[in-house]
Design a protein around this ligand. Structure first.
Ligand code: GLC
Length: 720
């Protein structure tokens, strides 16, 4: 038994006996709970035992497990753990594996300090929810919090104590693939969602073994990369920062988020990972954040490429800026001892960073019980349960946005009626490269999902229509004509099994199926890895061969429903003009196939509303609703006037605006009723309106309130 560890264990027993004593003495007060003073005392004692190397070790977050998100993959993890050079690991999957590694840390290292186990659980663990951009289109904070709560229950059942979520980066540029991970363009909605996700993950205070630590990311302004190109330069005024981009990060801090992840991009010419103004002055000084900051994947070593120094220099700049944990670079573990010896990093700074990591572990209860999240009985009981899947199916359908639903005459001589929903009968053709792919249904960043377990759209619809209708299938086209592009867009096990037949052969087969059908479901759009990290696009059309397929399907004269899979706003001007019905299903998660069936057949009424503007073309980008009026606005109803702020070739409006979404029913709004007609800067008023379902379907409506400051000391958006 290691002497130091026995002391640490004795400390545990002392603490336990003390609390038992207090309890026995009937002190049923908060004092029997852990107090901040208890934590401070515990950590003081522990840190006094720690060597310089062990303190630096707590700041090290190497990668392990089969799932990596970047280039590097650390090796000989066990040896580093034994030497106390590891503070946590991430993207390791499986409670047995995690328990084994935790045991190494607790039993084989000198002080037995338990590890954090993180993972990118950003829209579900094994039960997958819609991609976050889809989730945001529910505008339903209860549902969003519920999805995070379920994700926490499942991830914690498998050993995970820390999730790198919520991603709250505001973005107004759909060329950027990571808009799929965020909550769209609006800071107020984004802030509400950030709070809901933190509540969902962390529960009350991470005391229970199904409450895990959240990590708000990517701080800061990552969604404003120039030209929508991932990792690109960000340069922004303070006014725009604090009016349009910072609020969701601040809201997560307000909600008590346990950690923050630094973003890859620079701000004011300094990479966020070394930006003291961001990481200390704003985050801690202005917002009062008291958790810890972790870098993004190799965020420290990438600052060599940013051009601000060698590994020792950038590592010192990171910790001196207020960054506490180094994901994968091994810059801290490799250079901080030297920097401390050379006086480039003070012992106080190192102690502060180390303390922050130990505090997180203490708050998670890992010192009381390092195996708190390692109950091998929980996975079978808590993961991918029917209750969780039912919730995911319900929430997925809430995320769908009905973009178009024209009246169509299905039977000659009968009155035209909205094409959706339709009663499943006869022959239903499901055609497209996304129609029969299980692995693409959950969407990007489904790192823990068992990808081939989710039913494809064809499989789900067949299951739902047995005995009612025949589902006919044809692939119709590959994802895109360029095979190398398709390869880049279908990485990480998301292959669409590129078909070697010619485009014409694929099309002929699809038309044969289409001509045997009564209605055509065209399952088209992006593959799941055409959005997400390192997936920026300059052309936001539905890919070429798919557009050709869609045009040919429309020529059959059969009614065509476009079921659109996408991780971002696309340019759908042609589709809006020619396709009678368009249902945007984003990537709906593990239950997406069933949720799409529920929407198509009218078992649910899709009520999602867009949280990001859909441009008419890429040239309009950045395009967002809360824009300024400029000194030369267009007159109402005009789309071009010389010497006004507009284009020669297209108007200023999006194809589908923020807040847009149709329904199977209609709603009317009564007059707005305000509780008062004036408020001062901190005042409040209540706005009420009577909403009536004036249609023939039950449905939900997202009532949106916008305001406008007509005259300000600075210019203000035309609406917020
Ligand atoms: C990635 C992402 C970040 C993720 C991290 C760990 O590069 O930028 O969002 O949490 O690495 O996988």
């Amino acid at each position: 038994m290691n002497r130091d560890k026995s002391n640490y264990n004795n400390m545990i027993y002392k603490k336990l006996s003390l609390s038992v004593l207090l309890f026995a003495a009937g002190f049923l007060t908060a004092s029997a709970q852990k107090s901040p003073q208890d934590m401070d005392r515990f950590i003081d004692v522990l840190m006094n035992k720690m060597t310089l190397e062990e303190k630096i070790g707590q700041l090290n977050l190497p990668v392990t497990g089969e799932i990596t998100t970047g280039q590097a993959k650390s090796s000989d993890i066990a040896a580093k753990i034994k030497k106390g050079e590891v503070g946590g690991l991430f993207n390791l999957k499986g409670v047995e594996k995690i328990r084994e590694v935790q045991k190494q840390a607790v039993e084989d290292s000198r002080l037995g300090i338990p590890l954090l186990f993180g993972m990118d659980v950003i829209h579900g663990y094994e039960t997958m929810f819609p991609i976050p951009l889809g989730l945001s289109c529910t505008w339903d904070m209860t549902a969003i919090e519920e999805s995070a709560r379920i994700a926490a229950v499942e991830a914690s059942a498998d050993g995970i104590s820390w999730t790198f979520s919520p991603m709250v980066d505001i973005s107004r540029d759909p060329r950027w693939g990571r808009v799929s991970e965020g909550s769209g363009e609006d800071p107020f909605l984004g802030a509400m969602i950030a709070e809901a996700m933190v509540r969902g993950y962390q529960g009350k205070n991470m005391e229970r073994n199904d409450e895990i630590m959240a990590c708000v990311k990517h701080f800061a302004l990552y969604g404003a990369g120039e030209a929508g190109r991932d990792y690109n330069t960000v340069d922004m005024s303070r006014q725009r920062m604090f009016n349009d981009y910072m609020l969701p990060y601040e809201a997560a801090v307000e909600a008590g988020v346990g950690s923050v992840m630094a973003s890859f991009n620079e701000v004011d010419g300094i990479p966020a990972t070394a930006n003291k103004w961001l990481m200390t002055d704003i985050l801690r000084g202005q917002w009062g954040f008291n958790g810890f900051v972790v870098t993004d994947y190799t965020g420290i070593s990438e600052m060599i490429d940013h051009g601000i120094g060698d590994l020792q220099t950038v590592s010192a700049r990171a910790i001196n800026a207020g960054v506490d944990m180094d994901m994968v670079s091994e810059g801290f573990v490799g250079t901080l001892k030297k920097s401390v010896q050379e006086g480039k990093v003070s012992m106080a700074t190192l102690n502060t960073a180390c303390r922050r990591i130990l505090e997180a572990k203490y708050k998670l209860g890992l010192f009381d019980n390092p195996y708190k999240y390692c109950d091998p009985k929980r996975p079978a009981r808590d993961i991918f349960t029917k209750a969780h899947r039912d919730a995911a199916r319900r929430i997925a359908a809430e995320s769908f946005v009905l973009l178009k639903n024209d009246d169509v005459t299905l039977i000659p001589g009968t009155p035209a009626e909205p094409l959706l929903p339709f009663n499943p009968k006869g022959n239903i053709a499901v055609i497209g490269p996304l129609a029969d792919s299980r692995t693409n249904m959950p969407g990007t960043w489904s790192v823990a999902a068992v990808l081939d377990r989710c039913p494809s759209l064809v499989e789900g619809l067949k299951e739902m229509t047995t005995g009612k209708a025949n589902i006919l299938y044809a692939k119709g086209s590959n994802l895109i004509s360029d095979a190398s592009y398709e390869e880049r867009a279908t990485m990480f096990g998301r292959s669409l099994n590129r078909d070697n037949r010619t485009d014409q052969q694929l099309l002929d087969e699809a038309l044969t199926v289409a001509n045997q059908s009564d209605i055509i479901i065209a399952a088209l759009g992006e593959s799941s890895e055409m959005s997400g990290e390192s997936s920026s696009r300059t052309d936001l059309n539905i890919p070429d061969v798919q557009q050709n397929l869609l045009k040919e399907l429309l020529k059959t004269g059969k009614p065509v429903v476009l079921v659109l899979f996408t991780g971002r706003p696309l340019t759908l001007t042609w589709e809006q003009e020619h396709v009678p019905a368009i249902l945007n299903v984003w990537f709906g998660g593990s239950e997406a196939a069933y949720a799409i069936g529920d929407a198509l057949f009218g078992y649910v009424n899709p009520g999602g509303k867009l949280t990001m503007s859909f441009p008419k073309n890429v040239g309009q980008i950045p395009l967002y609703y809360a824009h300024k009026n400029t000194g030369r606005p267009l007159a109402q109803g005009k789309w071009f006037e010389k010497f006004r702020s507009n284009y020669l070739d297209v108007d200023n409006e999006p194809l589908y605006p923020f807040g847009y979404g149709l329904s199977y029913t209609t709603f009317s709004y009564g007059d707005i009723d305000l509780s008062r007609s004036t408020i001062d800067m901190t005042g409040e008023l209540t706005a009420a309106v009577m909403v009536t379902n004036t249609g023939t379907w039950p449905g939900s409506e997202v009532v949106q309130l916008y305001i406008r400051d007509l005259v300000g000391s600075t210019t203000r958006p035309v609406k917020e």
